[in-house]
Every structure is written in structure tokens, then in C-alpha cells.
Design a protein around this ligand. Sequence first.
Ligand code: C5P
Length: 240
Amino acid sequence: MKAPKDYIVFPLDVPDARQAMIYVSALKDHVGLFKVGLELFISQGPEILKAIREVAGRRVFLDLKLHDIPATVIRAFRAASAYQPEFVTVHCDEGDQILREVAENNLGNTKILAITVLTSLNARKLHALGYAQTYVDDLSALVLLKARMAREAGCQGVVCSGLEVARIKQEVGRDLIAVTPGIRPAWSVVDQDDQKRIVTPGQAVKNGADYVVIGRPIRDAKDPPQAARQVAEEIASALS
Ligand code: C5P
């Protein structure tokens, strides 16, 4: 059975292996997964995945947010999956063919998470990017369109905000894994930042999130393990 802490994904958004491993050692008993993003993977290379796995004893979430022409993304995905991460992320924005081809060429057991609409985007930004008014007025409709595309293509999950997850679970499918960043507990010390579509950990899980990505509220807390425990308690009470 999944424990409340297993819902927590901690992003290792730090510049080097030394700092990353300090967080891995401190948080390994308090979070479910560690996420390696572009900063750490580019600076440290694949060795960091091995180091985390050795200390934490579990597979890593490799958040590369792949976005390019299909042939390039497929080759990059294949190279990434050779490290056997739990998840690799691919953007939906090139269309359904890329997602389908990645899913068809996924020969290992890495799960593909499709990025729908980044939680740093809001209606104003969609308008500036030239999106149709329908989606500017109802951003969740755009998230839903991309989630449907990802599911039909054979992706195992999506990344969306905690605001859209209930509709995705209802209208696209309960078994589609929903990973939700943009998590801000009520007690969070993080105030003005780049995340726009935010919810609390309890709300995200109540809405159906399978994982909550929560970085700065834990990382910037005075006592990160205590902050992670507090998030897990909030998740436990949301589930009960
Ligand atoms: O909680 P915090 O805002 O610090 O989390 C930041 C992390 O969430 C980064 O690693 C970022 O890549 C990730 N993220 C994501 N998808 C989004 C928005 C943020 O994976 N749509």
C-alpha cells in the first residue's frame, strides 16, 4: 500500500552532486521519489542517477521535458531510458505522433509522462503566446486536450496542475498517472515565485493526484525533513 510520503516527489533543483546528495540523505525516508531535472543532469551527467539510486534505494524520476522533432526525441528518450529511470517527461506540444512513437519504442519499463501545460503558465501568458480564446478562457480544456492525446498515444501519465487533475481522472481515465507540480502548503515560506496554478498538497491528493512535486517549500524550509513530514501528514489527513 502507498504510504503518504510516497506521494511526494522532491526535485533536486541544485547545481551539483554534493548538494544533491545532502538532500537525498536527509530526505530519503521522508519522500517517495527524487526528481533529477535539466540543471543537475546537464551538470553531473548520468552518474548522478546511479549515486541517488545507491543511497535512496529506488529509481529516479528523470525530468528532461523532451521537446524537439520526433526523430530526435525518440533517440533522446531511448538514451534516457537506458538508465532505467521510473519516469521520463516528454512535452505534448509537438503533437500526438511524437508521443505515440515514443510509447511504441519504449522497450524498458520506464513510464512516459506527458507534459500538458506548465504550471508556470496562466491565461494571460497563453493569450500572449497566441492560443485560441477558448483555451485562454478555459485553460483546463487545453490541459484536457493534451491529456487525452497522451493517453491515446500510450503514455502512462501526465504532468498537470492540481487544479486540473480531478477533470483528467474523471474525463480521461483513473489509471492515467497524474503528477502535479505547483504545490504550495498553506504554511509555505515561498511567496512570490514563477508557479501560477498552485494548490496545497492535501487538495492535490484529494483531487486525485498520484504524485505531488514539491521543491522550494521543502528545500527552503529551516528543517527540510520536518517540512516533508508535515506535507506527508497533510496528505495522510486528506486521504483519510
Ligand atoms: O515546488 P517548486 O516550485 O520548487 O518545484 C519546482 C519543480 O517543479 C522544478 O523541478 C520544475 O521542473 C518542476 N515543475 C514541473 N512541471 C511544471 C512545473 C514545475 O515538473 N509544470
